[in-house]
Design a binder for this molecule. Structure first.
Ligand code: GLC
Length: 453
């Protein structure tokens, strides 16, 4: 599947808004924050159709808890400090979440489904809206924010956060994957920046053999969502897809080519065997400690690789679009990644939560994100000429092809699990490539027909 290039789908607040609010009144009547004492003059207004609950949060006050899962330095604190300076009547307490998206999701699901009113606002993956909306773990933001609110976002992002006609999350930043390389090593061994996966493998092997680096290429091979992202990229590069006409399509020659290549990176010694336990941070760590030639990672890894306190390769790193297989074009696919802001449907302070969302998706916060190599979702910042000065990754975006995960269904967690469990076993060599793919295929179809986990 290609990147969502559709225009922003503006959400028309209609009668269904009422149905949802009423339908989960046990959860949401108190959650709308209407008349909340701590919310100052915040009030709720019903539009001319009498069907929406647009919240006026302009004078909101109170304390909210924000669950954040940034992997980059002190970013959450920096954002909160700037927000509190602008809105001194609102205090934001941080709740640090696990950076692994699956563990993060599990802790939030437990808290919110148990009725907890905190966190009020949480960072959540771009693949969560369908599942979270379906399980009433996220407030329907389009019921509470005016239509004009959604105009600030770059094309396609709002539709990715929409489920059954309502928007459940405000896009915070987009993640794109790149190939990071040691430019000093490529220069030393007179090798070009690779454009194909085959070249990545052969150049890495050559540099390892000559003693230039311990490992050739590190990436995410652990049994978790990140592996689905990596696999989907090779799959798209090979011309394959996870679903075809809604059914699993992983017994294709393209899927075989993708997974066989991933496994061959390990058997050839270019990638360490332990990659089957690597998430983003472990792979990044091997690279920033100077132990690998190439790294597949998201946009923020640029900032991390240039931070002297954590990186031994400052000034020695280059970044380029992910490669593709030989004969498959001039650059490869990146999975569409990123994080949104969601509101807990049980929050006791909706106005303050919405004010925070408004500021976080506005130009000041979005520029702070850009400075940290997080791709802004606010189109004024994203399209500004000065964006490229923040990070070289932004200049590469026009070259990147995008592949989306099939996350528009509440069953997506099971679909992804079918991929990463089996791909991980094949990487470890416990099952063959073709066995892994046929099991994944079967489990995806089962998950879709039985309604998921
Ligand atoms: C990044 C992406 C997210 C993805 C995750 C996988 O955080 O932004 O979309 O699910 O990596 O590990």
């Amino acid at each position: 599947m290609k990147h969502r290039k559709k225009a922003i789908s503006l959400i028309v607040m209609g009668t269904s808004a009422v149905a949802l609010v009423v339908g989960c009144s046990a959860n949401t009547t108190q959650s709308t924050g209407q008349g909340n004492a701590s919310s100052g003059t915040a009030s709720v207004k019903v539009n001319s159709t009498g069907s929406s609950h647009v919240v006026n949060y302009k004078n909101a006050s109170g304390t909210i808890v924000w669950a954040e899962s940034f992997t980059t330095g002190n970013l959450a604190n920096e954002l909160v400090k700037a927000f509190e300076k602008k809105y001194p009547k609102i205090k934001v307490k941080l709740q640090v979440q696990p950076s692994d998206t699956d563990t993060n999701r599990a802790t939030l699901t437990t808290a919110i489904s148990g009725g907890s009113s905190t966190p009020d606002v949480y960072m959540g993956d771009v693949i969560w809206p369908a599942q979270f909306a379906n399980s009433q773990l996220a407030a329907p933001l389009s019921d509470y924010l005016p239509k004009s609110f959604w105009n600030r976002f770059s094309n396609g992002l709002v539709s990715g956060a929409t489920y059954n006609g309502k928007v459940y999350a405000a896009p915070l930043f987009a993640d794109t994957a790149f190939l990071y390389y040691r430019k000093d090593l490529l220069a030393k061994y007179h090798l070009p920046v690779p454009k194909t996966w085959e070249q990545v493998k052969s150049e890495a092997a050559q540099i390892q053999k000559a003693g230039g680096a311990r490992y050739g290429f590190v990436w995410q091979g652990a049994d978790y969502e990140g592996l689905t992202c990596d696999f989907d990229e090779y799959l798209a590069d090979a011309g394959g897809q996870v679903l075809k006409n809604g059914k699993a399509d992983l017994t294709s020659p393209a899927a075989n080519k993708a997974l066989s290549f991933m496994r061959s990176l390990i058997t050839s010694g270019v990638t360490p065997k332990t990659v089957d336990t690597f998430q983003e941070s472990q792979s990044e760590n091997v690279f920033t400690q100077g132990n690998a030639v190439f790294l597949r990672n998201w946009s923020y890894a640029w900032s991390d690789s240039q931070t002297p306190s954590t990186s031994k390769v400052v000034g020695k790193v280059g970044v380029t679009a992910l490669p593709t297989f030989a004969g498959h074009g001039s650059s490869g696919y990146s999975t569409v990644g990123g994080w949104d802001l969601y509101v807990n449907p049980h929050t006791k302070d909706l106005p303050a939560a919405l004010q925070f969302l408004d500021w976080m998706t506005g130009t000041q916060a979005q520029s702070i994100l850009a400075e940290n190599s997080e791709m802004p979702t606010n189109k004024t910042v994203a399209d500004s000429k000065s964006l490229a000065k923040y990070s070289p990754v932004f200049a590469l975006l026009p070259k990147v092809k995008f592949v989306s995960r099939p996350s528009q269904t509440p069953e997506y967690p099971s679909v992804s699990k079918a991929i990463y469990d089996n791909v991980n076993e094949a990487l470890a060599g416990s099952i063959s490539v073709s066995k892994a793919l046929s099991l994944a295929n079967q489990q995806i179809d089962n998950a879709q027909s039985s309604g998921g986990l």
